[in-house]
Design a protein around this ligand. Sequence first.
Ligand SMILES: Cc1cc2nc3c(=O)[nH]c(=O)nc-3n(C[C@H](O)[C@H](O)[C@H](O)COP(=O)(O)O)c2cc1C
Length: 121
Amino acid sequence: MERADLSPRKPRILLAASGSVAAIKFGNLCHCFAEWADVKAVATKASLHFIDRATLPKDIHLYTDDDEWSSWNRIGDSVLHIELRRWADIMVIAPLSANTLGKVYDVALFSDRMKTVGKIQ
Ligand SMILES: Cc1cc2nc3c(=O)[nH]c(=O)nc-3n(C[C@H](O)[C@H](O)[C@H](O)COP(=O)(O)O)c2cc1C
C-alpha cells in the first residue's frame, strides 16, 4: 500500500496588484511571497502601467483580464477567475488602490444588506 504524503504543501497565494504607484514594487513582492508559497499573480489594467514584467519571478505568470477572455470561448469552457479561486487558499491584494478598495467595500456592503433582507423576510 502506498503511503499518503503527509508533508504539508505550501500555501497557495493569489497575489493581486491594483493601480497604485506602489505596484512598481510588485516584482519584489512576488519574489518575497514565492520564497515560502506557491504564487499566481493577477493585475488590473491600471496596475500594468507600473509593473515591469521582467522583475517578476520567471515561473510566475501574470494573469490579466485579456487572459480571462482569451481562455474562454463558449459555455462549458473553464473560466479563469473561477479556476484561480478554486486553486488559491487566499487572495492578497497588494498594493490596493482606493478604487479597488471601494469595490471591495461595495461588495461587503451589498452582502451585508442581503443578509439584512434575509432576516426581514
Ligand atoms: C501616476 C499615477 C499614480 C497613481 N497612484 C495611485 C495610488 O498610489 N493609489 C491609488 O489609490 N490610486 C492611484 N492612482 C489612480 C489609480 O491608478 C486609478 O484610480 C485606477 O483607476 C485604479 O484602477 P484599479 O483599482 O482597477 O487598479 C494613480 C494614477 C496614476 C496615473
